[in-house]
Design a protein around this ligand. Structure first.
Ligand code: NDP
Length: 419
């Protein structure tokens, strides 16, 4: 029924592609394209004979719009799933517009080179005006809204877990559980243990940039920014137990503040163990998290990229990681004139994920929603021209698909609140 081009073949894409192949009545043909074609070929080989989906592979450098256009023209997909890196979001969106194809991704745009003067001028203006200093924000992709509308195409932004499912949880709470939502706390807990002193669960460069940045939250119509890791809370997570969690800036806060009417406060917390934080602080102090190139023995290197080469490949953590993730949203607000609290979340087991798709739960909890987002677009459930985040669509069919394909929701109507 549908021909889909997937760009990227890392940890998340590997899961998304395997899940697409479990729904081969919709995903009849897939082209897996990435910078390193060998990885695409290896995955295609692994899936050979196990799915009805017809898989082909291709090499593409998605930083180059012309290469992506040429590939789309050759393969003629109905949808491009961008599961490469946030750096490629704009080039792939440009290529989709040039070829008249729908687009989706799992993370919002950020530039690879944060020293680029043209980007930096716009970034510094945004920091002052908007009040948060993360390198990533939605402005770059929201700027494509009119172009996608005029072309009659849909761009779905951020269909992973967070961003992604967390926004569907918010839309679901607004639709079914509340008349007014006052506060949203997004809690992302990884209770998994991979046995390494330090490793990241997804792309190290993107991950370390995110967690070493200042934290921020939305309160009473504006951003409040705080030093990195300076707000800490403890929370007792269902099936994981007591964990320390820290307030971070996170991309979905920006779109939720716009799309959930009347919300007074939105915060995002992520759990970290002491060993992770100690390593990160040390690496930051010695300059290893820097994205600014340095010259070392005559060769230019970017410290954080060199660090990535030293760290375990997130895809290799699968067999070693034991424990569970618990990610969801706690709401306070009112229903029928009475105060109400509500918690909706998913618990995912690292080893169960490994058994099913040979991946740890972080890639799984991102790859499954990527497939479900594509499913919504391909089956016509979420089609409207323009550029949208997940909470702007009907959450019901998406959450039903997540229930069915591996990330069932759980609910608690009297949750412990975060102070
Ligand atoms: P990986 O680093 O494992 O994989 C990235 C893939 O993209 C690799 O196959 C890489 O190719 C490919 N790639 C990189 N640059 C290019 C390029 N210029 N052209 C073509 N292909 C390219 O990352 P993850 O799988 O961990 O993450 C994928 C995405 O998912 C990221 O955007 C990340 O931010 C997002 N994410 C979202 C989450 C959510 O909940 N919403 C959670 C976790 C991740 P090569 O093999 O050559 O390096």
């Amino acid at each position: 029924m549908s021909r889909v081009l997937v760009i990227g073949c890392g940890g998340v894409a590997g899961v998304a592609i395997q899940k697409c192949c479990q729904v081969s009545e919709v995903f009849t043909e897939l082209c897996i394209a990435s910078r390193t074609k060998e990885k695409c070929d290896a995955l295609a080989q692994k899936l050979a004979g196990k799915t009805q989906t017809v898989i082909t592979t291709a090499q593409v450098d998605a930083d180059d719009v012309d290469q992506v256009i040429a590939l789309i023209r050759e393969y003629r997909p109905e949808l491009v799933m961008n599961i490469a890196l946030p750096y490629q979001d704009l080039t792939i969106m440009d290529a989709c517009l040039a070829c008249g194809v729908n687009y989706m991704d799992t993370a919002n745009y950020e530039p690879e080179d944060t020293e680029d003067p043209a980007w930096r001028a716009i970034y510094e203006k945004r920091c002052k005006e908007a009040g948060f200093s993360a390198y990533f924000d939605y402005s770059w992709q929201w700027a494509y809204k009119k172009k996608f509308e005029e072309a009659g195409l849909t761009a779905l932004l951020g269909s992973g877990f967070d961003p992604g499912v967390t926004q569907a949880y918010c839309a679901y709470a607004a639709k079914h559980e509340f008349d007014t939502i006052d506060t949203i706390d997004i809690l992302d807990c990884n209770g998994g243990d991979h046995g390494y002193a330090f490793a990241t669960n997804f792309n190290p460069e993107i991950n370390l940039r995110e967690v070493s940045a200042p934290g921020s939250y939305w309160e009473n119509g504006h951003w409040v920014e705080i030093p990195a890791m300076s707000i800490k809370r403890e929370y007792d997570f269902d099936q994981v137990g007591q964990k320390d969690m820290y307030l971070l800036h996170h991309e979905e806060i920006e779109s939720l503040a716009k799309n959930i009417p009347g919300v007074k406060r939105i915060r995002f917390f992520m759990t970290f163990g002491q060993s992770y934080l100690d390593h990160m602080r040390c690496l930051e102090d010695v300059g290893m998290l820097s994205t600014t190139p340095i010259v070392f023995q005559g060769q230019e290197i970017v410290p954080i990229q060199f660090l990535k080469a030293l760290l375990p490949d997130p895809a290799s953590l699968g067999p070693r990681t034991k424990g569970k993730t618990n990610i969801g949203c706690i709401f306070t607000g009112t229903k029928d004139g009475k105060p109400k609290t509500y918690y909706i979340y998913n618990v995912c087991d690292h080893q169960e994920c490994y058994k099913e798709v040979e991946s740890q739960a972080i890639s799984y909890t991102t790859g499954v929603p990527a497939m479900c987002g594509a499913l919504m677009l391909l089956t016509g459930k979420w089609n409207k021209p323009g550029v949208y985040t997940v909470e702007e669509f009907d959450p019901d069919p998406y959450l039903e698909a997540l229930d069915k394909y591996g990330l069932p929701r759980r609910e608690n109507r009297s949750p412990e609140l975060v102070d």
